[in-house]
Design a protein around this ligand. Structure first.
Ligand SMILES: NC(=O)C[C@H](N)C(=O)O
Length: 485
């Protein structure tokens, strides 16, 4: 099997057995990126020299007797993780000239275990979007059909892995940004419990919802990566001081007796019936593995999108106020006074979707509207959390579709933002409640990937990875590659 088709776990074995070196692997993938990425636009920045230096260092560490599974493993980072000395743009003109002076904790942790970063991945501007069309650097194409979107906002991460340019990557998920692109490109992606992975150095969008996590082709690879990304970080006051589970160790537990909940609201109007059928086929497979199935209800699902699209823009309007043309970021030419500097720098630096959300958020937080919108949305958030808490009294995992539709055509929803927001219907509740969620491949509809989502109680990432891994032992959807890549 050629190097680019190997999973992270295969690579770990091959590096340990000295089948090839980290440097050989890095050179081969850099060549593939150069050759194939012009079709996809998944990378914003390729850090060739740095990658080769990291690969050589990993080879030297291995030669000196070190054995870590990720020593020499190639990855890339979504371009909202700060990388010291390397542009960190958040796919915005605003930060096109921003060279981060430090590494995000996630970047630091993965570098410490020997991961080789090949560069920075395209995304929706400031992570706002579900199609990766709002990037200042242009849209990302879906390797399964180059006329379609890869999902967003971690669309570059998803496209690069699906096209076998890299075996795994980091992403972030505020309302579905890891799980939805994973679903649309046939990958496995995990949004951890809020607070499981440090947000330090991850450029903030909506701070009470944002969470970093892994995207890869298999649950096993997500387990490998999450094990090194997760953990308490004193630099992030929302990171939780709780030991990190051994995710690899939990993969092989049998599923006998696992109680799977199917929320009736996840199978209602708006769901493509072919996706619904694929999801029910997953349920049958899990039953064969010993799971029992129970119908459940998450009655407040219908309120999730309105609540999210108040809370997320409100937090964004506050977080993005720092980009003013003074402290860092884009600055307009020849300002006549300070107000002109702020206005034009922000008007020129932000794209349309980001401006829309800043305006929505500022409105929602303004005097007189705060109680009507923001407080009400927070109350809905609590109800959604309570729905999950009571559901998890009866079941171990909740299962449903990740998205209501497969990947849509580039441009199809760009003039109708609400149509794109509706694609997040099944994913955003996990962010509002803070629980972990995973999407994995569940088949195809007209040649386009379908994702199944699994949700679990707080800090049960190991359970999600266990269920996904067991499913991937008896199915081969996750091994399918798009033609041409
Ligand atoms: N950032 C995310 O998780 C994506 C979500 N579609 C949003 O635009 O907010």
């Amino acid at each position: 099997m050629s190097m680019h088709n190997l999973t992270l776990s295969d690579i770990a074995r091959a590096l340990a057995e000295k089948t090839f070196s980290a440097e050989e692997l890095t050179r081969s993938l850099l060549g593939r990126i150069q050759q194939l990425d012009p079709q996809l636009n998944s990378f914003i920045t390729v850090t060739e020299a740095q990658a080769l230096a990291q690969a050589k260092a990993a080879d030297a560490r291995r030669a000196a007797g070190e054995t870590g599974a990720l020593l020499g493993a190639p990855i890339a980072h979504k371009d909202l993780f700060c990388t010291q000395g390397v542009r960190t743009s958040c796919a915005s003109k605003m930060l096109d000239n921003f060279i981060a002076p430090y590494n995000a904790t996630v970047v630091e942790k993965l570098a410490a275990v020997g991961c080789v970063s090949l560069g920075k991945l395209n995304m929706d501007e400031f992570a706002m979007g579900s199609a990766n069309e709002s990037s200042h650097y242009g849209p990302v194409k879906n390797p399964w059909d180059l006329t379609r979107v890869p999902g967003g906002s971690s669309g570059g991460s998803a496209a690069a892995i699906a096209a076998r340019l890299i075996p795994a990557a980091t992403g972030s998920d505020t309302g579905g940004s890891i799980r939805q692109p994973a679903a649309l490109t046939n990958l496995t992606g995990l949004k951890p419990t809020y607070g499981r992975v440090s947000r330090w150095g991850m450029i903030a969008y909506a701070s009470s919802l944002d969470q970093g996590g892994p995207l890869a082709r298999t649950a096993e690879d997500c387990a490998l990566l999450l094990g090194s990304m997760a953990g308490f970080d004193p630099k992030d006051s929302t990171s939780v001081d709780q030991p990190v589970d051994d995710y690899l160790a939990s993969l092989n537990q049998p599923l006998s007796g696992l109680r799977v909940g199917l929320p009736k609201e996840y199978f209602g109007a708006g769901l493509d019936s072919r996706i619904g059928a694929a999801i029910l086929a997953v349920v049958e497979e899990l039953k064969k593995l010993g799971a029992t199935v129970k119908d459940i209800s998450l009655p407040n699902l219908q309120h999730a999108i309105p609540a999210y699209y108040v809370i997320a823009p409100a937090e964004a309007s506050s977080n993005l106020s720092r980009f003013d043309g003074v402290r860092y970021g884009h600055r307009c030419d020849s300002p006549v006074n300070l107000e002109d500097l702020y206005k034009r720098s922000r008007a020129e630096g932000f794209g349309a979707e980001v401006k829309r959300r800043i305006m929505v958020g500022t409105y929602a937080l303004s005097a007189g509207y705060y109680d009507a919108y923001y407080i009400k949305a927070q109350k809905i958030r609590r109800l959604i959390k309570n729905d999950f808490v009571s559901a998890f009294n009866e079941v171990d995992v909740i299962l449903g579709p990740t998205t209501p539709n497969p990947a849509w055509k580039l441009g199809e929803k760009s003039s109708d933002p609400v149509a794109a927001y509706l694609e997040d219907i099944y994913t955003i509740t996990a962010n509002l409640a803070g629980i972990p969620g995973l999407s994995m491949p569940a088949g195809f509809v007209d040649g386009l990937p379908v994702g199944v989502q699994l949700l679990a109680p707080y800090f049960q990432e190991g359970r999600l990875l266990n269920v996904a891994h067991q499913y991937q032992q008896v199915t081969d959807w996750h091994t399918q590659a798009p033609s041409g890549f």
